[in-house]
Design a protein around this ligand. Structure first.
Ligand code: G1P
Length: 300
C-alpha cells in the first residue's frame, strides 16, 4: 500500500504573473477551492496518509491553508455557519501534511530529490499541481491499481497532438497491453520531429526510492533544469518503468486557457452555482452580439 505522496509546489508561477507575485499559484482558486486542495483531496481519496509539499519562499499561504484557524472557527461558530465551519476544519484534518523548502529552483527532479528523507524505503506518489484530473476512480487510484500488478514505476500518460509534445515529457513505448505500456525510453520536451510518440507524461507518478540515487547524479537537462524525466529514462532503459493511459478529463491549470476551462466546467457542477451560471452562459451564447458586448463592456 502506498501511503506517502509528494507535491512539488516551489515554482515561480510566472505564467500567472502578476497574480502570483504575492500569492502562490497553487492557491489560485478554481471556483472556491485552491488548486492544491484538489490535488491533496485526490491523494487522500487514494489512501495517502502523509503528504510532503515541496515549497519555496513566498509559499506561506499553502501552510496556512492546511492549518487550523481557531479565530475563524470561533467566528463561524458564533455566526452559526456550521457548513463553512465543517469545511474549514476538514481541510486541516485530511492528512498529515509536511513541508520542506527547495532552497534553489533547480528543476522538478531536484524538487523530488528534496523528498528523499521523507520517503525512506517506501514506494511513493508524486502529484503535480498543474494537472487536475476528474474521474472516479481518480487518476492516482488508477495508477495504484496498476502498481499493485506491476510493482514497478508507473507514470500517467495521455495522448497529445504533435504540436503539443514540446510541452511535456514524451515516452517511447516498447509494448502496449490495453492502456498499459512498458516504457523503453523517454525524452523531456522534444521537438515534434524528435518525439518518439504522442504519449505525454501527465503529472501523476508512482515512484520507487531507487529513483533518488539516479536523481542525485543526473546533470541538468531540458531548460538547464534537473529533470525527473531524465532520471526515469535511466530506470526505463533497465525495463522498470510502466506508463498508464489513465481515464478521465484532465485540465492543465498551469495554463491560462486550461485554468479558465476548469473554472467554467467546475462552476457548471457546483451545487450552488450550476443553475445560475448555466443560465448566464446560455444568455451570453444565445445573444447574437453577446460576446461583442462583453468585449466592449456593455450590458447584455
Ligand atoms: C513537468 C514534467 C513533464 C510533464 C509535465 C506534466 O513539466 O517535467 O515531463 O510532462 O510536468 O504537466 P512542467 O510542466 O513542469 O514543465
Amino acid at each position: 500500500m502506498i501511503k506517502k505522496a509528494v507535491i512539488p509546489a516551489a515554482g515561480w508561477g510566472t505564467r500567472f504573473l502578476p497574480a502570483t507575485k504575492a500569492i502562490p499559484k497553487e492557491m489560485l482558486p478554481l471556483v472556491d477551492k485552491p488548486a492544491i486542495q484538489y490535488i491533496v483531496e485526490e491523494a487522500v481519496t487514494a489512501g495517502i496518509e502523509d503528504i510532503l509539499i515541496i515549497t519555496s519562499r513566498n509559499k506561506k499561504a499553502i501552510e496556512d491553508h492546511f492549518d487550523r484557524f481557531p479565530d475563524l472557527e470561533n467566528f463561524l461558530k458564533s455566526k452559526k455557519k456550521e457548513n463553512l465551519l465543517g469545511l474549514i476544519k476538514m481541510i486541516a484534518q485530511m492528512a498529515e501534511i509536511h513541508y520542506i523548502r527547495q532552497k534553489e529552483q533547480l528543476g522538478l527532479g531536484h524538487a523530488v530529490l528534496c523528498a528523499r528523507k521523507f520517503v525512506g524505503q517506501d514506494p511513493f506518489a508524486v502529484l503535480l499541481g498543474d494537472d487536475i484530473v476528474i474521474n472516479e476512480p481518480n487518476c492516482l487510484q488508477q495508477l495504484m491499481a496498476v502498481f499493485k500488478e506491476t510493482q514497478g514505476v508507473v507514470i500517467a500518460v495521455q495522448e497529445v497532438t504533435r504540436e503539443e509534445v514540446n510541452r511535456y515529457g514524451i515516452i517511447d513505448p516498447a509494448s502496449e497491453n490495453d492502456r498499459l505500456f512498458l516504457v523503453k525510453d523517454m525524452v523531456e520536451k522534444p521537438l515534434p520531429e524528435r518525439a518518439p510518440s504522442n504519449l505525454a507524461i501527465i503529472g501523476r507518478y508512482i515512484l520507487l526510492p531507487e529513483i533518488f540515487p539516479v536523481l542525485a547524479k543526473i546533470p541538468p537537462g531540458a531548460g538547464g533544469e534537473i529533470q525527473l524525466t531524465d532520471a526515469l529514462k535511466v530506470l526505463a532503459r533497465q525495463g522498470k518503468v510502466y506508463a498508464y493511459k489513465f481515464q478521465g478529463r484532465r485540465y492543465d491549470v498551469g495554463d491560462k486557457l486550461g485554468f479558465l476551462q476548469a473554472t467554467v466546467e467546475f462552476a457548471l457542477t457546483h451545487p450552488e452555482l450550476a443553475a445560475p451560471f448555466k443560465a448566464y452562459l446560455t444568455t451570453l451564447l444565445s445573444s447574437k452580439t453577446g460576446f461583442q458586448e462583453v468585449a466592449t463592456g456593455r450590458e447584455i
